[in-house]
Design a protein around this ligand. Structure first.
Ligand SMILES: CC(C)(COP(=O)(O)OP(=O)(O)OC[C@H]1O[C@@H](n2cnc3c(N)ncnc32)[C@H](O)[C@@H]1OP(=O)(O)O)[C@@H](O)C(=O)NCCC(=O)NCCS
Length: 179
């Protein structure tokens, strides 16, 4: 796979463009909020910095992380952790609280599925989330992802063991069910 980092990808309402180091501050601004990060271990300035550093310093072919821009504001991110050998990737997404409930992440994920399957040559995209994170699972269901299973007490978040659910979609399912 020889994939160039794109300059940007447009959807109906959004522009998705690769993350840069100067995005750190805005991500910290919307993510250091107790409601926003209630299901995530992403609740200190340092953990957000680690996330941004990792994304910026990774090869695009391994970690393709986009920032979401809406009306010229940076409001969230969406990206793929890519396993080239297996031709699958884990998708992750998040959005500033002000913009929740407007179908922004489904719109971004739709385009990332398109990018992952058609440009990166992936066969499968999966996602995982805390069992209690119903908004995230709602996105997965809207995207016609199929629940693969629940991993009991699988991760430690904020010092407590949590159940995690996995969902996925295969390339042929995506092609049949495109939004
Ligand atoms: C999960 C998340 C990305 C969803 O993005 P979104 O663009 O709001 O997605 P949708 O508009 O499709 O809404 C999804 C669900 O969010 C919930 N929701 C909507 N508006 C909400 C609000 N104002 N407050 C709380 N939850 C809300 C609803 O359950 C909705 O599902 P429904 O449409 O079936 O009712 C967003 O809530 C978020 O960033 N949460 C914090 C970070 C996070 O948990 N990321 C996922 C990690 S796996």
């Amino acid at each position: 796979m020889n994939i160039e980092k794109p300059i940007s990808i447009k959807t109906k309402r959004l522009i998705l463009r690769p993350i840069v180091i100067s995005d750190l501050e805005i991500i910290q601004e919307y993510s250091l909020d107790n409601e926003w990060n209630r299901f995530l271990d992403f609740h200190t300035k340092e953990s957000v910095k680690e996330f941004v550093d990792k994304a910026v310093n990774s090869d695009w072919k391994d970690n393709a992380r986009f920032m979401i821009s809406y009306n010229k504001n940076i409001i969230g991110s969406v990206g793929l952790y890519i396993n080239q050998k297996e031709k699958h990737a884990e998708i992750g997404y998040s959005l500033s609280k002000k913009y929740w409930g407007n179908g922004i992440i489904p719109e971004a994920v739709n385009e990332i599925f398109n990018y992952g399957f058609n440009e990166l040559g992936l066969d499968k995209i999966f996602a995982q989330t805390d069992l209690r994170n119903l908004p995230s699972q709602s996105v997965m269901k809207k995207m016609k992802m199929v629940q693969e299973g629940m991993f009991r007490k699988h991760v430690i978040q904020k010092n407590i063991r949590r159940d995690v659910v996995y969902y996925s979609i295969l390339k042929n399912e995506w092609e049949e069910n495109k939004l």
